[in-house]
Design a protein around this ligand. Structure first.
Ligand SMILES: *Cc1c(COP(=O)(O)O)cnc(C)c1O
Length: 467
């Protein structure tokens, strides 16, 4: 086969840019970037032909075949990742973004996950005694130490923890709860539905805005098995309102020999008040008040892996552990490895290493540097085609935590001539590392609070690709 003949059949970059498949890609990538990729792909095909000619096993190809080869190679190079689940950059400023995976884990947790994942472990093996052990044992003591509780266990998530507690302690019986606490959290977890699923009967007392101790008292009868308090984690009741305090509820429970349980939702373990964040009841507060059981999430304000944590009195926890549902909602070993590492950070007074807490407590001043770097970088790729400014804005905790809290933040606002902010936001979702930003007043906002130092360069690179 003639070398010159086949090389002549190779497509020209200018012609490739007119192909529909490539034209379609121009809605996502800019023309220069596509041209580079096509040139590279063309070169790869050329080199491959040369090699085959030299080794004498080249087959003749039509112009169309060669063109398709280059295009499919280019599309391959552009295709972001063969994986479905992959990292994105969260520039929304919503720290616990449930759709974006809630809490990013600290380095310490990653190391433990890796070690435990690639080897056998003492997951359910008591090394000292050489016999079967309990998977909760790896975090039990830490949880008791940190929260002050008598006993602790962990399951797959907090929704499972609530379901399990209700099923174990109140199935076939009545559970008394204030009407103002019948919450629905995202993903269709509603207290009345969970209650029904557990086989417990819901007895709502009080009114939407006010519930008094006597409302609970009047509802208690021989069928009552539990008094439940649910933290209204994703909304705020303001105005003429009142709820019964933990202390009052616990005293009432004790008087009638009934366990009192609190679903705290987020379950924060440190006092966030010194950081100008709204007051959020800590797990320690609830335990200290005397709650018999407290449940909370591992991946909300705690900043760890997805998990449901149950702390409380030994007798109740032992009963819960024996319930058949426990096996169905059990925690996985990688989660346990991560959770142990995160809890150790709390125990060692190193909670600042936990990304969620570091992000939430970072001051506006501390963010200024990152904001400036990002703004400069973006100006560099915009080259006068738009406007970049650093603005004041507010971040949110998200994930049904710290409802209504508006945390002052710094953001980089971008507007590009000829491209609407909606269009730019869309393009930024389709680049190799998707950047999820926020639109406000027709500007695209990158909230610096949830952007790491490393993300800054990446965002600049991705905006360059998107333009
Ligand atoms: C978030 C939340 C849950 C569910 O926790 P997951 O860990 O997401 O399953 C349950 N109750 C309350 C009050 C919550 O805020």
């Amino acid at each position: 086969m003639d070398k010159n003949n086949i090389m002549r059949k190779l497509p020209k970059v200018a012609d490739l840019l007119e192909e529909t498949e490539i034209k379609d890609l121009m809605t996502i990538f800019n023309r220069n970037y596509l041209t580079d990729i096509l040139r590279e792909s063309l070169e790869t095909v050329r080199v491959k032909i040369m090699e085959k000619l030299e080794s004498g096993d080249a087959t003749d190809k039509s112009e169309n075949e060669l063109k398709d080869e280059v295009i499919s190679l280019a599309i391959n190079k552009l295709s972001f990742s063969p994986y479905s689940l992959r990292p994105v950059i969260n520039a929304t400023g919503v720290v616990l973004h449930t759709n974006l995976g809630r809490a990013p884990l600290p380095e310490e947790a990653m190391k433990r996950i890796e070690m435990v994942a690639k080897a056998y472990s003492n997951l359910e093996f008591d090394i000292g005694r050489g016999e079967r052990g309990e998977r909760y044992s790896h975090v039990r003591e830490l949880l008791c130490d940190i929260t002050g509780a008598e006993d602790a266990m962990v399951v797959n998530n907090n929704a499972a923890a609530v379901l399990l507690c209700l099923s174990s302690l109140a199935s076939g019986h009545e559970v008394v709860i204030s009407r103002g606490q019948l919450v629905e959290i995202g993903g269709s977890f509603r207290i009345p539905d969970v209650m029904a699923q557990s086989g417990a009967r819901l007895v709502e007392v009080g009114t939407t805005n006010k519930t008094h101790l006597k409302d609970y008292e009047m509802a208690i009868n021989e069928n009552t098995a539990l008094l439940l308090k649910v933290h209204t984690s994703n909304f705020k009741l303001v105005g003429f309102t009142s709820q019964v305090s933990n202390e009052e509820l616990i005293t009432l429970g004790a008087k009638h020999n009934l366990p009192v349980m609190e679903d705290l939702g987020s379950g924060v373990l440190v006092d966030l008040k010194p950081y100008s964040l709204p007051e959020e009841p800590t797990v320690q507060d609830s335990v200290k008040a005397g709650m018999d059981l407290v449940t909370f999430s591992g991946d909300k304000l705690l900043g760890g892996p997805q998990a449901g944590i149950i702390v409380g009195k030994k007798g109740y926890i032992s009963k819960i552990k024996r319930h058949p549902l426990t096996r169905a909602v059990r925690i996985d070993k990688l989660t346990l490895a991560a959770l142990e590492a995160v809890l150790r950070l709390y125990k060692d007074g190193l909670w600042q290493h936990i990304p969620v807490l570091a992000m939430l407590t970072e001051s506006k001043d501390a963010m200024e540097n990152r904001a400036r770097k990002l703004a400069e970088g973006l100006e560099g790729v915009l080259t006068g085609k738009g406007k970049v400014e650093i603005v004041d804005d507010v971040s949110q905790a998200g994930g049904g935590s710290l409802p209504g809290a508006e945390i002052p933040t710094r953001a980089v606002a971008v507007s590009v001539h000829d491209i609407s902010s909606g269009e730019l936001a869309e393009r930024l979702r389709k680049v190799p590392t998707p950047v999820i930003a926020r639109i406000k007043k027709d500007k695209l906002l990158f909230d610096v609070r949830t952007i790491t130092e490393k993300d800054v360069e990446k965002i600049v690179e991705m905006v360059g690709k998107a333009l």
